[in-house]
Ligand binder design. Sequence first.
Ligand SMILES: Cc1ncc(C[n+]2csc(CCOP(=O)(O)OP(=O)(O)O)c2C)c(N)n1
Ligand SMILES: [Mg+2]
Length: 652
Amino acid sequence: MNKQHNNLANCIRFLSIDAVQKANSGHPGMPMGMADVVTVLFQKFLKFNPKNPNWLNRDRFILSAGHGSMLLYSLLYLTGYKSISLKDIKSFRQLNSICAGHPEYHPGSGIETTTGPLGQGIGNAVGMALAQSILDHKIGKKIFNHKTYVLAGDGCLMEGISHEAMSLAGHLKLKNLIMLFDNNSISIDGPTSLTVSDNFKKRFESYGWDYIDVNGHNPKEIFKALKKAQNAKRPTVISCRTKIGYGSPNKSGKASSHGSPLGSDEINLVRKKLQWHHKAFDIPKDLLSQWRKIGQQGSIEEKKWNKIYQKNRTQINKIFNQNFSKEIKKEKLSATQDIKPLASRKASEKTLIALTLKENSLIGGSADLAGSNNTKTKTQKIIEPGKFDGNYIHYGVREHAMAAMMNGIALHSKFIPYGGTFLIFSDYCKPAIRLSALMEKQVIYVMTHDSIGLGEDGPTHQPIEQLSGLRSIPNLNILRPADRMETIECWEIALKNKKTPSVLSLTRQNLEPIRLKFSNTNKCSLGAYEIQRSNKKINITILASGSEVNLAKKVSKNLAKDRIYSKVISVPSQEIFQKQSQGYKNKIMKETKYVFSIEAGRTDCWKKYIGKDGLSFGIDDFGKSAPYEDIYNHFGLSVKNISSKIKNFLRR
Ligand SMILES: Cc1ncc(C[n+]2csc(CCOP(=O)(O)OP(=O)(O)O)c2C)c(N)n1
Ligand SMILES: [Mg+2]
């Protein structure tokens, strides 16, 4: 048994060593160290079918320690996934190879998520385990009963996000979550004793996890631990004591095996030591066929599962209903009557009330700001420890984990997660937001209190550079609606964009309605559109977003008194506007020589529209603590100041 095990594990080791050597870059140490653990996992426990990587009830395997990507690519190749061939492994880290430096999510490839930023994978895994638990309760144990495995290293566990995610996983009693901790006591700078004195057992136990300690090179111990974890009542961590770079006479147990090729001399020594008499990339036929058999084990189970699944398909499709058009239309009609000023966070809540009335794929939440972000509706049910019949998650004060978990929820199957915090704390979500965008996942970030308009809480809470920063992330829609009608339209956009995450930037303060007419077409989906014009022939264009659109309207009116005529353009989304036809863009931006912009935030992202001939009104400094009208005045965001600045500018 041991020899056979060693041979199987060595396939992973040598593919990893050889690929890193050929690429002349990469991380051989982790795959060499964890090869034994994942061999037992894939051979004896993991439920998967390489012929159908999308099998809904497959176990999820997340490589949070993404630098060890060759471990994953080796496993996928060996077990027979079509996505990864030996040729792909030979082009590890080369342009357009699926075997990228760090695992990059490709639907249906077996790569379940994009990892590399350490700790994110743990958050993803907790989100996936939670999604599975919700489905299990909604649909039944026979259909969604899989496990989520996450391989995490010292680095993942040093990251703060690991604390947030593991703490919430323990609280919620996510018993189907199993972490394989590569406890090798080495990271890049050397032994972890340089920086860590944590008592891991106590740490995990205090979160409410089961902790099992094993020798990560002993297949029997690994097997026993995994076996025990199958019937746990809470999440399990298996601390696998391993040797980084296992098998390397001069580099094992040392940081030097972490992130560079071993070098051909050392590789020869590893071959000798592990008695591997095969050439680079050469996996002997009998071993490959053993691995392929391991890959075939799941197909029978999948077939059985499929029969049960087909019987429940209608119910499942109902839960995964993603058609919100009726609700959206009704909301728009209701908004035509809503003449009272309303904060866009409130408008968002009204929309959510309509959207969440029926069972559907939306899973809401907030990082301890449910009442401020207005993300929880009366009909939503809270998810509680061990009770997953709800559709609302109290994430606690854990923005990092919330965002990474939402990625996991979105990756798991067909749920659409949305979660709230203050826009200022989008910075706490940024690494995960970036990954939502990179992975093209539909995650909706509800970010309220989106400017100095939040008032007295002051500069620590007032976003300044956040909108501009978020706008610089590719494939991310920033939606900043100006009133209730626009808020409904922005939600509609977020729900329709399956491959682009959205940030809804919403106000705390009330906003007067700018649109009361019903329109079947979604005007916000143009990104920018005209809402007011003071004369047929105009001299200037005024752009504004969100809470500043009303200000722009007033400025426009005021300037008209002096025969300076203008049009006001509401710009709920710069990203979406950028995608419009050149003709439309010219119509909006090039009608007048002078273009001005108003937004209560950093001005740099408006320069592309105003050019050298215009002016941007915004805030390029930290905010202030005061009633919000006073702060607006302080920063010159008033009708009087803007009008006079524009007049002076035109008189130059
Ligand atoms: C957020 C983040 N910070 C830093 C890095 C750079 N980095 C990659 S691996 C690594 C060390 C990880 O140590 P460990 O998890 O113990 O991996 P091992 O060396 O044992 O393979 C670091 C700092 C990263 N990938 N992500
Ligand atoms: Mg380590």
